[in-house]
Structures are given as structure tokens and as C-alpha cells.
Design a protein around this ligand. Structure first.
Ligand code: HEC
Ligand code: HEC
Ligand code: HEC
Ligand code: HEC
Length: 213
């Protein structure tokens, strides 16, 4: 009996692992076909040993230190952006080579075309210090949906869809909740929606989750 349960648990885990793997494998984040990736999927972003413990998540990729043109003035990767978005921008702002991982600093491949969003974030949806999500209901600046938060996590739920806000530490040391790249995207392509969005933006469902319009 006990053995049967263990076998069952193992096969469920194997199935889950296979489907998670399947999703990222279907996405732009499956780097295994590129020579620069050491023919692996996870390795450009994560490593089981010798990761960058300052950012957690077994992180393996060199970090951006860029200065950005934000919606409101200039800002930096270390001060104005939430920690998870900094990981994304470490490839997507075009300043750090894709192959700068595992301690390599001499990479020569960069994210290209429209996938390179650059260091001018003025023409992108606000994130970080430019997109502090009010937890009061008094703001009318962007007409927000009600947010629910517990401790260091917060989310907005509307019409069965959920977006996560990101914790971000402001200049007074207080944690606020902001929009980050992974509010709208899932880095592992969890649902296999277009552009690795959290859910389909058909009918602008993503936008309507946060904005009462
Ligand atoms: C393009 C970069 C990238 C690739 C490739 C990638 N990850 Fe991640 N992973 C991330 C980021 C960024 C986070 C943090 C997500 C967050 O903060 O919301 C993360 C978080 C995680 C976590 C922590 C829990 C979670 O899901 O948030 C696990 C486990 C994980 N990744 C496993 C993997 C495995 C296994 C692979 C390869 C099959 C992989 N990742 C490929 C970027 C990547
Ligand atoms: C290791 C580098 C790296 C990291 C880290 C990374 N990406 Fe990417 N991303 C890429 C590359 C390379 C592509 C594909 C570019 C191409 O095919 O031209 C891509 C493509 C994408 C696309 C386009 C998908 C589509 O179908 O249009 C999205 C969206 C995206 N990434 C979001 C993110 C987000 C959000 C994060 C952080 C949570 C992140 N990326 C972290 C390298 C990275
Ligand atoms: C408010 C939601 C939202 C946020 C925040 C957001 N994105 Fe996107 N992103 C989208 C949507 C929606 C699309 C698809 C646009 C379309 O349909 O043309 C997209 C497309 C992309 C693409 C594909 C570009 C293209 O034109 O094919 C990349 C790469 C990308 N996002 C990366 C990022 C990164 C990196 C961040 C954080 C700096 C980020 N996104 C933050 C919603 C968002
Ligand atoms: C996770 C919540 C969230 C999602 C999803 C979201 N927004 Fe926003 N949006 C915000 C916040 C927060 C701000 C910043 C408000 C401020 O402080 O000015 C903002 C600002 C804006 C602004 C004002 C920009 C400016 O220059 O002043 C526009 C327009 C906007 N969002 C459109 C969209 C669209 C279109 C989508 C869907 C692609 C979307 N938003 C998805 C939370 C969100």
C-alpha cells in the first residue's frame, strides 16, 4: 500500500515536471537551441551550485546596472525597479549579453529587435517606482481595482483573473506594491498564452484586471 502510494506520488510529480518543462520548452525562453546556452534551458537563468545569493532564486545570470529613462525622470536598476523585473531587464534592456551567465563576462549575443526594450522605459507600461499600486481606494490617477495583500505578497483579482503585484522598497525603507514585468508575464510560460502573458489579453482582460474602465 505504502509503496503504491509512493509510486503514484512519483508519477504525479513526473507528470507535473514534464508539463512545466513542456510550457517553457514551447516558449521564446527555451534557449536550448542556441549555441550560447550550452544547449540548456534553465542554465542561462538558474544554476544548482554557485548562484548569486544576493538575488536568490538560484540566479545564474549577470545583473543589469543600467540607468533608465523612467516615466518620471531617471531611475536605476537597483533603486527604482522591483527585484524580479531587474532579472528580466538583465537580458531585455540590451545592456547585458545573453551569454553572460555562470560568471562569464565576455558574451557577445544580445536580445534583438522588439524583444530588446532598451533603457528608455518611458514608452513602456510603467513599472517599479512609476507604478506604485495604491492600497487605498482614494486614488483616481489610474482608477485601480481593489488590491488584496498579505505580508509581502499582493494581488488583484477580477473576473476570475489574477495578477500579482511585486514588493518594492521605497526611499524611506517601506515596502510598497508595484507593477513589475511578472505582473503581466510568466517567465516560464506557465499558461502558454501569447507573449508569455499570465492569461490571454483577449478583450483587454489583462488591462481591465487593474484598471476600472
Ligand atoms: C529566462 C530566464 C529563466 C529561465 C530560462 C528559467 N527560469 Fe526559473 N525563474 C526565472 C525568474 C525570473 C524567476 C523568479 C520569478 C519571480 O520572481 O516571479 C524564476 C523562478 C524559478 C523558480 C522559483 C519558483 C517559481 O516558479 O517562481 C523555480 C523552481 C524555477 N524558476 C525553475 C526553473 C527551471 C527548472 C527552469 C528550466 C526548465 C527555469 N526555471 C528556467 C527565470 C528563468
Ligand atoms: C537570459 C536572458 C533572459 C532573461 C533573464 C529573460 N528573458 Fe525574456 N527573452 C529572452 C530572449 C533571448 C527572448 C527571445 C528573443 C528572440 O527570440 O528574439 C525572450 C523573449 C521574451 C518575450 C517575448 C515572448 C513572445 O512570445 O513575444 C517576453 C514577453 C519575455 N521574454 C519576457 C521576459 C520576462 C517577463 C522576464 C523576467 C521575468 C524575462 N523575459 C527574462 C531572454 C531573457
Ligand atoms: C501591464 C502589463 C505588462 C507589463 C508590466 C509588462 N508587459 Fe511586456 N507585454 C505586455 C503585453 C500585453 C504584451 C503583448 C503586446 C502585443 O500584443 O503586441 C507584451 C509584450 C512583451 C514582449 C514582446 C515584444 C513584442 O513586441 O513582441 C516583451 C519582450 C516583453 N513584453 C517584455 C517585458 C518586460 C521585460 C517587462 C518589464 C520591464 C514587461 N514586458 C512588462 C504586457 C506587459
Ligand atoms: C498589475 C496592474 C496593472 C495592469 C495589469 C495594467 N496596469 Fe496600467 N497601470 C497600473 C499602474 C499601477 C499604473 C501607474 C499609475 C500611476 O501611478 O500613474 C498604470 C498606468 C497606466 C497608464 C498611464 C500611463 C501614463 O503614462 O501615465 C496607462 C495608459 C495604462 N496603465 C494602461 C494599461 C494597459 C493598456 C494595460 C494592459 C496592457 C494595463 N495598463 C495593465 C497598473 C496596471
Amino acid at each position: 500500500m505504502r509503496t503504491a502510494k509512493l509510486v503514484l506520488a512519483a508519477s504525479v510529480l513526473a507528470a507535473l515536471a514534464a508539463s512545466a518543462n513542456g510550457q517553457i520548452a514551447l516558449s521564446d525562453h527555451n534557449f536550448s537551441g542556441y549555441g550560447w546556452s550550452d544547449n540548456q534551458i534553465c542554465k542561462p537563468c538558474h544554476t544548482p551550485h554557485g548562484s548569486n545569493e544576493t538575488v536568490g532564486r538560484l540566479w545564474n545570470h549577470a545583473l543589469t546596472t543600467a540607468t533608465y529613462q523612467m516615466h518620471r525622470g531617471t531611475g536605476t536598476a537597483t533603486v527604482n525597479i522591483d527585484s524580479s523585473s531587474r532579472l528580466c531587464l538583465s537580458c531585455h534592456d540590451g545592456t547585458v549579453a545573453l551569454d553572460n551567465f555562470g560568471g562569464r563576462t565576455t558574451g557577445t549575443n544580445f536580445v534583438a529587435g522588439e524583444k530588446n526594450i532598451g533603457t528608455n522605459l518611458n514608452n513602456d507600461h510603467p513599472i517599479g517606482s512609476d507604478a506604485i499600486y495604491t492600497t487605498s481606494t482614494t486614488s483616481t490617477s489610474y482608477n485601480p481595482m481593489t488590491v488584496s495583500s498579505t505580508g509581502t505578497s499582493a494581488s488583484v483579482v477580477f473576473a476570475g483573473n489574477t495578477v500579482r503585484l511585486r514588493p518594492w522598497v521605497n526611499s524611506t525603507g517601506a515596502t510598497q506594491f508595484v507593477v513589475g514585468c511578472s505582473s503581466c508575464h510568466t517567465v516560464h510560460n506557465t499558461g502558454n498564452f501569447d507573449h508569455m502573458l499570465r492569461f490571454s489579453n483577449s478583450g483587454s482582460a489583462l488591462c481591465l484586471t487593474c484598471h476600472i474602465k
